[in-house]
Every structure is written in C-alpha cells, then in structure tokens.
Design a protein around this ligand. Sequence first.
Ligand SMILES: Cc1cc2nc3c(=O)[nH]c(=O)nc-3n(C[C@H](O)[C@H](O)[C@H](O)COP(=O)(O)OP(=O)(O)OC[C@H]3O[C@@H](n4cnc5c(N)ncnc54)[C@H](O)[C@@H]3O)c2cc1C
Ligand code: FES
Length: 247
Amino acid sequence: MREEKGTIRLQECIASDTYRMIIEACCAEDMKPGQFVNIQVEGFSLRRPISISSIEETTFTIVYKAVGEGTKKLAQMTAGQTLDIIGPLGSSYPLDIEENDVLIIGGGVGVPPLYELAKQYRHKGKNVYVALGFQDKSSVFYEEEFRNLGCQTYVATMDGSYGTKGTVMDAIREHKITCDFVCACGPRMMLHAIEERYTKGYMSFEARMACGIGACMACVARDKKEADMYHRICKEGPVFPIGKVEY
Ligand SMILES: Cc1cc2nc3c(=O)[nH]c(=O)nc-3n(C[C@H](O)[C@H](O)[C@H](O)COP(=O)(O)OP(=O)(O)OC[C@H]3O[C@@H](n4cnc5c(N)ncnc54)[C@H](O)[C@@H]3O)c2cc1C
Ligand code: FES
C-alpha cells in the first residue's frame, strides 16, 4: 500500500452516469483482483473507495457511477490531471482454487472488480460463467468485455429492457448455470440471495468508510459465527468467504 499521485490517462462515459478511468500509477504493480483504491477528490476530506477493475503494467482502471458530490466531481476530471490515491487496499479474491468452473455474479457498481478476476481465472484456463445485473438497458456495461475474455456471459435487468427480466438469480435459473463455486460483488439484497443458494465461494462487501486503512473501525461487520468478533471491511475485507460476515 502506498500513497501517490496517479495521472489520469483516459476518462470516458461507458453507460448511464457510469465512467471508466485509466490511471497511471506505480502501485498498479502490486494490485490484485478485489482490492480497492481510496481516492482523494479535491474539496472533500474523506477519500472515496473505488474497486480496481483491471490491472495493466503501469496503469489500472476503475469504473464508477457518479452518484453523489464526490464521484460527480471525479467525473469532471480529464486526461493529464493527477489524483491522490492510496492503494492497493483490502483483501483479494483467491486465484489458486481447485475448481475448474467459476460463476461470477455482479450487480451494478459491483461488476467492476470482477472483470480483472475473470481475466485472471481465464488465464489459468478456468471455465468462467458470468451473470451481470443492472437496473435497465442504459446502465449495462462490460457485457462485451467479459465475452471477449471467453466467459459465458448473461445479463439481467430489473425492468426487462435488456436480457433476462429480473435479477441475476433469474438469469442463472433461465440459463441453467449449475456451477456451484461463486465469486460475487454487488448490492446487499443480491448478496443475501446468493448466500441463500450457494455455500462455496467469495463475496465482496461495501461499507461506509472513513480511514480505509484499518485504523478507525468505522467499517466493521460482525462475524456470523462468533458474536463478539468483528472484521474491518477495509482491511480484512472487502472480500470474504461466503457465510463469514453478518451484514
Ligand atoms: C470497497 C468499496 C469499493 C467500491 N467500489 C466501487 C466501484 O468500483 N464503483 C463505484 O461506482 N462505486 C464503488 N464503491 C462505492 C463508492 O465508494 C461510493 O459510490 C462513493 O464513495 C460515493 O461518493 P460520493 O461523494 O459520490 O457520494 P456521497 O453520498 O456524497 O458520499 C458521502 C460519503 O459517503 C461515502 N459513501 C457514499 N456511498 C457509499 C458507498 N456505497 N460505499 C461506501 N461509501 C459510500 C462517500 O465515500 C463519502 O465519504 C465502492 C465502495 C467500497 C466500500
Ligand atoms: S474505514 Fe477505518 S477501519 Fe475501515
């Protein structure tokens, strides 16, 4: 983990209010899929945590939705400007797994960290199934990118304007995906539905964060089995085995 000034190499809008930003920074060489960076946006004291979506040699990519003041300001930045970042932070998805088949499930802004994961699993020769959930057609992103990695990719939208109508779980049922090892990231309701159906795999959690480096305890979640044990989402997480934390 280091703090450094990264240089924006590309900023583009890829879906409704959703932006892809490529940042050149030395810390790219230490990054693993599932980790995040904490970004200082000018004018705000708290940093904004954003997942690492893909990792190249000297650059990394983030994909984020402009939802509030901080991310809207981030969306106005352009190539050539610099950003103060701390990273990489948190835990990552395991890459050395026994399973040959992996089901990747992403919802909305939970999709980005799963792209680098799918890329690395494909490099290891795994069969990767991908189910992506969005609100509507205008919010869909990275379907083609996952397909180009060689993943069997299915999309669901809540309003039915694209792909399966409903949730990612509906898409998994419709396409009869039977793989039982899951790596997921997305909204709370989606993670609950996954936990009801799957016991093997890993999920990434979101929490409101302050320090982002394990020092303030703002982001803790209780252990599911040991009532007085807590985990910091920013430090021991955001990626945990399925069934590990209460949320
Ligand atoms: C580990 C992690 C990874 C994330 N990865 C992504 C990603 O890849 N793409 C993406 O679009 N979003 C991601 N988010 C959510 C993103 O951090 C928030 O959308 C962003 O901080 C909102 O900032 P804002 O100033 O626009 O919103 P505001 O609502 O104005 O923010 C006010 C404060 O609340 C915090 N906050 C608001 N929403 C969230 C949230 N959902 N999670 C955590 N803190 C929040 C902000 O950081 C800020 O400190 C991630 C969150 C976490 C914890
Ligand atoms: S945000 Fe401070 S410990 Fe996690």
